[in-house]
Structure formats: C-alpha cells, structure tokens
Design a binder for this molecule. Structure first.
Ligand code: THG
Length: 930
C-alpha cells in the first residue's frame, strides 16, 4: 500500500491552499511567463519562474501542509495547446512534479512525511453535453490526454494523482481510465484521488447529484473521493456527509475560501477568513470523519496554518465500514440494485427486437421519440432501462447505440442496461455514458471468449454485469445446470476479474410456456428453482430474468396475467431484478383467483391440460379485457367506505369525487378523511411493505388519494383570522413521493396555520435556512422510504451543530413511534434534543402536536416532558434488551439497506442559463468560448 494511503488511514492529512490566486496576487509580468503570448498560462511558470512556484510550495509546507499540489492544473496537452505549448506537455508536467518533490523532500522527516499530489484539472470540454463545440472530443481522446499528463507527473515523482475540479462525470471516468491505462503499461502505481465540483445546488454542472458521483467513483475503485472548488464548505456540508456515510474509500474536501462574491470593481472576493474556513472544515472531520482537507481558490498559507491548528484540536469521527448494496447510476442520480421491496424493475421496451415501435423509430433515426418512450417507461415505474439497438436491416448498431445512449443520458434519470451481443457496441455505449451502467450480457456459449472480451470493459467502466446461464452445451435448462454454469461464470468474474459479487446479476433464462412442448413443461419450475439455487450457492450475487419471455406466443391478456403470476413466484424465490414492461404487471392479489389458478397450473406444470385451459379461458373471455384489467374495471358493490377504500387500493381515479360526496352524507369531512381515506392509504402502504404492490402502483393510489383530498378540501372548515403559527414542511432529500406531506399541509392550513411547504427532495440545509428565515414554530418532515428516513436524525444533528432550536415533527410510511423515540436522542442516545422531536402517526396527530407546541407554555412543557420520558425509557429498554446493539449507530430496521429511491427528473441545463464564472472560479471559462 502506498505511504500516502497508509498515513491517510492513520490521521487527517492537510492539503495546501490555492496556487492560482496566489500567483495572481504576485502580479507577474509578461516576461515572467516567457512572453506576452504565454501570459495566464500558470503552468509555464514551472519552466520560466520555478523559484516563484517553489516559494509557494514552501510557504504551504511551512504553514503545515502535508500535501502540496503540483502547478499543473491546466497542464493537459489540450489546455497547453491554447498557448501553443502542447509539445511541452511532458516537460512542463515533469518539472511541475520535480519542483513540488524537491520542496517536499527538503521539509520531510520520517515522522512527518510530505506528499506531492499531481494536479490534473478539467480540459474545458464537456464531453457528455449536447453542446456541439464543447462535446467535440471523444472519451478515447480524453483518456489519452490524461494518460499523457499522468505519465509525466508520475515520472516527476508525485505520490498520488489528483483529478480535481472535474465538471463532467464522463471526463472524470476517461481520466481515471487514462491513468489506469498507463499503470497497465508499466507506470509506477500511485493512488487516484477524484474530486468533482458541485455547484451551489449540490449537483455537478450538468445535473449529476452526489449519489451518482459516489456510485460511479465507487465502482471505478478510486482510492479517495471528494469535492473541491466552486463553493465554500457550508454549501458542501450535505454532500460531504453523504460521501462520508456512503463511500467505501477515503473522503477529501478542498473548498474555496467561501462562496465567491463580486467586489466593487467586478473582482472576485473569497470572503472566509482563515479561522472561519478552518472551523468549518474541522467540523467536517469531527462530525463526518473526512480524511483529507485543504483549500482551493482564495485560500492562503494563513488558511492552511489555521486549518492545521483547528484539525489538531478535534477528534475525528470514526467512519464505520460501509456495507451497502451496489448501485447503478445515470448522469443524474443513482439507483440501488437491491430494491426493498424487490424487484428492481428494468423497463424492457427500448429494444429494437422487443418492440415494433422502437424498431421503426431506430430505422428512421427518430431518437427524440425513443427518448419519449423511455420517459413513459420511467413514469410507468422502471428503475432502470434496458437498451438494445440491434437491427438486421442496418449495420450501424454501434453508431445508433452511441447516439441513443448520449440522448438518454442527458434526459432520463433511470440508469441504463446496455443490451447487445457485440462487445464493440457495449464499449461504445460505455464510452458515452457518464454514470455506472449495467452490461447485458455475458455467457459461456463459446467458452470464455465472450467473458474475456467483455469483463475488461466492465472493469474499465466499473459497470455491473448481467450473465446468462449458457455454456458450450447451450442454455441450461435444469436448476442444477443453471447453478453450475453460474458458478463457472462467478469464478471467472469474481476470481479473475475481481468483480464485486453484488455487481454480478445472473439471468437463469426464461422460456416460453406457450408451445406446450414436453421439453419446456418444467422450464418455469426449473427457472424458479435456479434462482433459489444461485442465491444460495453464490452469496451476494443478484438474479434477473426477462420475465415476458415466459408468455411469448400467447394473446396480450393472457400474457399480462401469466407474466404477473410468474414474476410473483420468481420474486418469492428471491429474484432481484425483472425485465418487464412495468405498466403490464398486475399485483398477484389483484388477479382474479380463477385466472391465477390457471396460470399457477401452467407455471408449476400441475396438470397436462394447463396450457389449453389458459388459452381457452382467455378466448372465452376475450371481451372481459383480461385479468389485468378486471381489478380496474369492475366496481364492486357495497357500503361507500368499502368502495372508496377499493378505489384507492385499485387505483380507480374516475368517480372518486362522487363517492366522497356520498360518504359526506353520513360523515363529517374530517371523518371521511380520518376513517376512510387514511386507512385506505395505510392499507396501500402496508401492502407495499409486504411486497404485494410495486412502487408505481403505490403512486397511482396516491394520485387517487390526492384527487379525493382535493375534493374534500372545500368542505373542511377553514378558520379565518390571524395565523396560529408557522410550520415549515418538507419531504426529505432522496424522497420523491410527497402524498403524506401534502395531506399534512392541507390539515394544518385548514386549521389556521401558515404552512411553508418546501416540496419534496429537499436538502436539510434548505429546510433549516427556511426555518430560520420564517422563524418557524416547528419543522415537519416526511419520508416514504426507510433509506430516506435517515435524513430525520440529521435534522437534529445539524440543528445541534448550528445552535438552532426548532421542534421537529416526523412522519411517513417507513417510520414508527419507536423510531421517533430513538432519534429524539442525540449522541448515540445519551442526550435529549431539547426543542423536541415528535412522531406523528398521521396528519391529525401532527395537528395536535403543532397545537401543543404553539399553545400555552404549560401544555408545551408537559408534552416535552412526556416525549423525553418516553425516549429515555425506550433507550433504557433497548440497552437491557441488547447491550452491544445499544452502542451501534442508528439502524432503522433490522437488515435494512440504503436503497436509493426512484429519483426525480432533473433535466439538463443549457449552458447559456448558467453564468459559468460563478461556477468554476479557478478555471478560466472564457476559454470555453474561444
Ligand atoms: N434476459 C436478458 N436480456 C434480455 C432478455 C432476457 N433482453 C431482451 C429480452 N430478453 C427482454 N426484453 C423483451 C422486450 C420485449 C418483449 C419481451 C422481452 C415483448 N414485447 C412485446 C412482444 O414481442 O409481443 C411487444 C411488442 C411490441 O410492442 O411491438 O414481449 O431474457 N438478460
């Protein structure tokens, strides 16, 4: 292991401060740069004024920096070419490295080694953007550009390579690949530290969020990941916390001296004093366990000296080993490959061979329309999208794949599964995709050949991989053979290519049951048993199936029913991912019992006439529109409460208003809400939790609920007059489903409160700033998913750290009262959050709590005392129940995983809409427009 990483494991390392702004302050002359033509090329100074560059290194070392960065930030051939210095690329980078090396070696002692980071910044291109001039470069060109610079820097003696201020995740991937390419060619191996830049919204320039950054860099196996430039530490806080909790590697943070401001003469001012910057960064070390800190634009040796002192005075938080599932990532966000509840839904229809529509659109090069189909798939509930462009009519699958992947990357938040039999097509797709894709697929049909050509691609791009259970003897048909083939693939992929098992997805093959051939009668049973066998023989791997294959040849209605039934049994057996058309799936419990039995008979080969009976049923019932629609179409009779309940559960939006009116004849509006609507939605939530419903259905039910509540609202008593208080409401970051929160909004507003509703997906920082701004009486937080509920304790910790005192009310499908009691305590359960953390089971309990919090002091005090008592008692009983568990950090539910919910649509930002100089201060953006 490298000395740099070894030391990083022992203590926090301090990086140096700015090079660019330090050089600027010296007011160097044209001569210093070797002539007016080179003015502004800071890298040329390593040749013309090495004394100046070395003095800056020395000043930082004297201030206590452990690591100095070479003066090579814009030293790639592409950037140097702008000054006509491209052919000096090697000299400049080599000299930049030796200069820093000399300065470090002069100061280093065995107790206090000093390290040289070979700095490599962005090229100024935005390879994954749609801008024609900024994207006029390829992944391979970028890879070679970074490879060249890396070779020279390592040749000059750097201890690590630092990719910093990176703007485009695809460029960052290409840079890492370039470095690795040089390692493979024999270059001395050094650690790779990768630092993208986030703009104030917490995303990269093209909209990539921190989850996608973390998932992608994690899959690339970088040694350190972090953030630098663009903003001060405050704006990075949420993202750094995320990295420290989720990255499997070391984390670095190198902010500017505050968010840059414009001075009176239009100059850039970095507002933070050494003390301010140091205090904030030391807090990252103490609160999150950041491993390396330093300064970017506007920081000076004084900042670094203050930083060194501040970091020395805090106890770094120990980051616990991260046990989390593999994720796929788009250029927008990441999605866990292990959904809870299972399965991960992969939309099957962007497939030239599985959809006539897509085939037609590909033949016509109508990419925009394909993007619309992709959007439909995502809106229908697909977590990922399978993409296949193979056409017998055209020879240019790679060209079409490239174009389609680029378009999808810019507008679809669901990560892609690249489906092709051609390694070349897979490669082109991966080279144009900024996130972490899934490759579909490898197998052993011609022995190892396919694996040996595709696995290196999976490694270079960090892709996950679907593997089919096919070997030299053909498709494995029995469960036993499926497991055997899977094991062979596993041994090669994991044993030889070091794939993480969690990134291996075995597809043990689905055959159609529609032919009635004897050979395939047991095929579904074998497939289901194959899933069980693979999951138990190869721990940690995932499974997938092209579910719709099971019904090829049947009529659409029969297909929908059989697909849904087969999927249900596969998921019960442990299936993790399903290639389906999500819209066509019906929840098992909703399928007519008779149809379910017909399908079960066929799937499990329970009677010889199973196929005939199924076909006959659907022929006889052709007009009934099939099982899938039965649940939707037929309106059951019965009491009104039951009919409303069913309408919500079965996603029937039409006529809901009339039903509400009917219910209002015998009940008050509040009773309708309380006794009919809320229990119905709870039933939906419970079924989701048990895996009976997939998320798209929950959302459709929520739509019905919304419509019902909107109608009911006019009848709810509205209290006029002065506001009773102000509540800031938000659905937390990561969660895009806000039905619960909207309901609370309605109830509070109708009871005289001013509600500041921040919507969904709200970062904690935004919530707290708004609460301060409006002087809130309480903050209300909602979360649908277990993973996003983790934002709730963060609200308390952040308030505690910032000295804020807003009571917090939490609610949502994934949490319960015990969770509320647990998070009411800070510092691993040792200290009560004095303003109070309250769990509300529903909107009405939320209203009661807000009433108590804004009411008489005595009532408020009584409430707080009770909550505190309960929290402490619950903590004590957990201690006695499980002594060791009490000390472990927060875990919401036993065995829970940090699953990533379906992301929101972010969309792309046009370059024109951003003032890039705001975004990228340490880089001369004017060069982008040259
Ligand atoms: N395993 C893996 N990958 C796969 C498959 C698999 N990729 C391709 C395929 N099988 C899964 N994809 C589809 C796509 C569409 C359909 C079935 C599987 C399908 N299409 C309709 C039809 O053909 O009737 C719709 C046609 C249309 O709209 O024109 O059923 O098994 N790893």
């Amino acid at each position: 292991m490298s000395e740099y990483l070894r030391r990083l494991g022992e203590r926090v390392l301090i990086f140096d401060g700015a090079m660019g702004t330090q050089l600027m302050a010296l007011d160097l002359s044209d001569q210093d740069f070797g002539g007016a033509t080179y003015r502004g090329c800071n890298e040329t100074l390593v040749l013309t004024r090495p004394d100046v560059v070395r003095a800056i290194h020395e000043a930082y070392l004297a201030a206590g920096a452990d690591v100095v960065e070479t003066d090579s930030f814009t030293g790639s051939r592409l950037k140097l070419d702008e000054y006509g210095l491209g052919d000096r690329t090697r000299d400049i980078n080599l000299r930049a490295a030796t200069l820093a090396r000399e300065a470090c070696d002069a100061m280093a002692t065995p107790q206090w080694p000093r390290f040289v980071a070979g700095s490599m910044g962005p090229t100024g291109m935005l390879v994954s953007s749609s801008d024609p001039s900024l994207s006029k470069i390829t992944y391979e060109q970028l890879r070679d550009i970074y490879a060249e610079q890396a070779r020279a820097l390592v040749g000059g003696g750097v201890d690590l390579l630092l990719l910093e201020t990176m703007q485009d995740l695809l460029e960052l991937k290409a840079a890492v690949a370039g470095i690795r390419l040089e390692f493979a060619r024999g270059l001395r191996r050094v650690p790779i530290q990768a630092q993208p830049t986030l703009i104030t919204e917490g995303r990269m320039l093209l909209g990539t969020d921190i989850r996608a950054v973390c998932a992608t860099l994690d899959a690339l196996n970088v040694d350190v990941m972090g953030l630098n430039c663009s903003t001060g530490p405050a704006q990075m806080r949420d993202s750094i916390r995320y990295l420290c909790e989720n990255a499997r590697c070391f984390v670095s943070v190198v902010p500017n001296a505050g968010l840059p401001l414009m001075g009176p003469q239009g100059e850039t001012i970095y507002p933070e004093s050494p003390q301010e910057l140091a205090t904030e960064l030391a807090a990252f070390v103490r609160d999150f366990g950041v491993n390396a800190v330093g300064g970017c634009c506007g920081t000076t040796p004084e900042h670094i000296a203050a930083l060194r002192d501040a970091v020395a005075s805090v106890e770094p938080k120990r980051r616990s080993a991260v046990e989390r599932p593999q994720e796929a990532a788009s250029a927008i966000t990441a999605v866990s490959l292990e959904q809870q509840p299972r399965p991960l839904l992969v939309g099957e229809r962007i497939n030239s061979q599985g959809s006539r529509r897509i085939k037609r659109l590909l033949l016509a090069d109508s990419y925009d329309d394909i993007v619309l189909v992709a959007r439909e798939q995502v809106e229908g509930g697909a977590h990922l999208l399978d993409v296949c462009c193979a056409l017998t009519e055209r020879p240019d699958e790679d060209v079409q794949m490239r174009e389609l992947v680029r378009r999808l990357a810019q507008s679809i938040e669901a990560p892609l599964v690249i489906d092709s039999t051609e390694p070349k097509v897979l490669e082109v797709a991966l080279q144009n995709y900024p996130g972490r894709a899934v490759i579909n697929s490898v197998h052993l049909e011609s022995g190892r050949a396919k694996m040996d050509s595709v696995l290196p691609l999976a490694r270079e791009h960090g892709a996950a991989l679907v593997a089919l259970t096919i070997d030299e003897n053909g498709m494995a048909k029995t469960a036993q053979r499926k497991v055997e083939v899977a094991r062979r693939i596993y041994d090669i992929a994991v044993g030889e290519y070091a794939m993480p098992p969690g990134a291996l997805i075995f597809d043990d093959l689905t055959f159609t049951l529609a032919t009635g051939e004897a050979e395939f009668l047991d095929s579904a049973v074998e497939t289901i048993e194959g899933i069980r066998g693979i999951k138990s023989a190869l721990p940690g791997v995932l499974t997938s199936l092209g579910v719709s294959n099971v019904s090829f040849g049947l009529k659409p209605e029969a297909r929908a029913a059989l697909n849904s039934v087969f999927l249900h049994h596969c998921v019960e057996a442990g299936l993790d991912c399903a290639l389906v058309h999500p819209k066509e799936i019906t929840p098992y419990f909703e399928i007519d019992a008779g149809v379910r039995e017909l399908c079960d008979d066929l799937v499990f080969n329970r009677r010889p006439d199973a196929l005939t009976r199924l076909i006959e049923h659907f022929e006889a019932n052709a007009s009934a529109a099939g099982a899938a629609n039965e649940a939707q179409a037929e309106e059951p009779a019965g009491p009104i409460e039951e009919r409303i309940h069913q309408a919500i559960l079965r996603r029937r939006k039409d006529g809901i208003e009339a039903k509400i009116d009917e219910a209002l004849q015998a009940r008050t509006p509040v009773e309708v809400l309380n006794e009919i609507l809320l229990p119905a939605m709870k039933d939906v939530g419970d079924r989701f939790g048990r895996g009976e419903l997939i998320l798209p259905f929950v959302l459709q039910s929520a739509e019905v609920m919304k419509k019902a509540v909107a109608h009911l609202e006019q009848f709810l008593e509205r209290r006029e007059g002065a506001t009773k208080g102000t509540v800031v409401l938000a659905t937390v970051f990561g969660d895009v489903h806000d039905i619960g929160k909207n309901l609370v909004h309605t109830i509070l507003a109708n009871n005289g409160y001013t509600v500041v509703d921040l919507g969904k997906q709200v970062p904690m920082n935004v919530i707290l700033e708004k609460a301060v701004e409006v002087n809130a009486d309480a903050i209300g937080l909602s979360a649908l998913l277990v993973s996003t509920s983790k934002q709730m304790p963060i609200c308390l910790e952040e308030q505690d750290a910032r000295g804020l005192r807003f009571p917090v009310i939490v609610g949502g499908a994934a949490i319960n009262r015990d969770f509320g009691r647990r998070i009411a305590l800070l510092d691993a359960g040792t200290r009560f959050f004095e303003p109070g953390l309250f769990y509300a089971r529903d909107a009405f309990e939320g209203l009661d709590l807000v009433d108590a919090l804004t009411g008489e002091a005595a009532r408020r005090a009584e409430l707080l005392a009770r909550i505190k008592r309960e929290a402490v008692a619950a903590q004590a009983s957990r201690r006695t129940a499980a002594a060791p568990a009490a000390a472990t950090p927060l875990s919401l539910v036993k065995g829970e995983r940090a699953d990533v919910p379906q992301p929101p649509f972010w969309g792309t930002r046009t370059l024109e809409s951003i003032d890039l100089t705001d975004v990228w201060p340490c880089f001369d953006l004017r060069s982008l427009y040259r």
